[in-house]
Design a protein around this ligand. Structure first.
Ligand code: TYM
Length: 345
């Protein structure tokens, strides 16, 4: 396999209710990777329309995710922040990948099964083909590293399968076009730390999610201090004090989740948190968690509010990022066309 320049790509859907899971599972990783890598972070609006969206709300949500990226510390000048629909090569490469991916591969995707639910016949074709678009997002930049939460692992595996099959199917053409023995890298998922799967505050066996009807199930990045405090205090727990060892968390999903959140927010391990709070009652631990959450998330929410109030600035960030992303995507898409044997201007 040819060697590729390391490049980070990831995306977040603009579907509202950006929450602590998105922040700890993904966005904090995006921020950290800026120090070591070139990074491209995308507001994936084409993915959002795989389920119905209200156009005015979608516009607002695209700006809100952009504001969250900036408020959390992503630098739109040294890296790239943009929205997917402004770079048409994502959709173009997705079509090519629709012809690379096999039905059998897509049939295995658990997220489609969950999202389509019982009424599968009525799900959009886009929802089904979604993982091919996700592979295109990453591979149109030939990105090598993809920070995501645990729930995206299966999609990343599919992206690797697609890259591998494309490289195999067109190996002769790839070589004769001067790309050595592989055009696409096999992108590596980066899924690390104590909060790769943040769970609902109401049910420790369910993922924290944007679409949970109960707002008490999640902490939104735009929640104020009072809302954060209320949600943490009401979070489901059990009657036992916290254990001193991680093993003691295993049969206790709600305790495990809150300890994981605390660990991730303070950038330590769960073992460190238990060394401090082992034996403590939840009332004590929750007070500390409220203080920590408000200290970490309060300034982010305030900055998001400030940014969202200036849509012209947000839109200019997206325009600039899309311009720069577009240059990279076009170059790779042209190469894909040459490899496929298309005639182009
Ligand atoms: P999305 O918008 O659902 O979520 C954005 C990121 O947040 C992570 N995440 C979580 N992490 C921990 N705990 C949770 N409860 C939790 N909920 C969400 C997700 O894993 C994700 O990293 N398909 C993607 C968006 C996408 C993408 C891409 C990602 C489109 N193209 C290319 C990477 C590369 C999605 O729907 O993420």
């Amino acid at each position: 396999m040819a060697s590729f320049k390391e490049l980070v790509f990831s995306g977040v859907q603009p579907t509202g209710n950006l929450h602590l899971g998105n922040y700890l599972g993904a966005i904090t990783k995006f921020v950290a990777l800026q120090n070591s890598h070139d990074c491209i972070y995308c507001v994936v609006d084409l993915h959002a329309i795989t389920v119905p969206q209200d156009p005015a709300a979608l516009t607002a949500n695209i700006r809100e995710v952009t504001a969250a990226f900036i408020a959390c510390g992503i630098d739109p000048k040294n890296h790239i922040i943009f929205n997917q629909s402004q770079v048409p090569e994502h959709a173009e490469l997705a079509w090519v990948f629709n012809c690379t991916a096999r039905l059998g591969w897509l049939n295995r995707m658990t997220q489609f099964k969950e999202k389509a639910g019982k009424d599968r016949e009525n799900a959009s074709v886009g929802l089904y083909a979604y993982p091919a678009l996700m592979a295109a997002d990453i591979l149109v930049y030939r990105a090598t590293h993809v920070p995501v939460g645990e729930d995206q692992k299966q999609h990343l595996e599919l992206a690797r399968d697609i890259a591998q099959k494309f490289n195999n199917d067109f190996s002769t053409s790839i070589e004769s076009n001067g790309f050595g023995d592989g055009f696409f890298p096999l992108p590596e998922p980066l899924i690390q730390g104590p909060a790769t799967r943040v769970m609902s505050l109401r049910d420790g066996t369910k993922k924290m999610s944007k679409s949970d009807p109960s707002d008490y199930s999640r902490i939104n990045l735009t929640d104020d201090a009072d809302a954060i405090a209320q949600k943490v205090r009401k979070a489901k727990t059990d009657p036992e004090p916290l254990p001193s060892e991680e093993k003691g968390l295993e049969p206790r999903p709600e305790a495990d989740n809150l300890v994981g959140i605390y660990a991730a927010l303070s950038d330590v391990s769960k073992a460190d948190v238990l060394a401090e709070f082992g034996g403590a009652q939840f009332s004590t631990f929750k007070s500390a968690l409220v203080d920590l959450s408000v200290a970490k998330l309060g300034p982010i929410g305030a900055e998001m509010k400030r940014l969202v109030a200036d849509p012209a600035y947000i839109d200019s960030v997206l325009a600039d990022g899309s311009e720069r992303a577009g240059v990279l995507a076009r170059k790779n898409m042209n190469a894909v066309k040459d490899i496929l044997g298309f005639i182009r201007r």
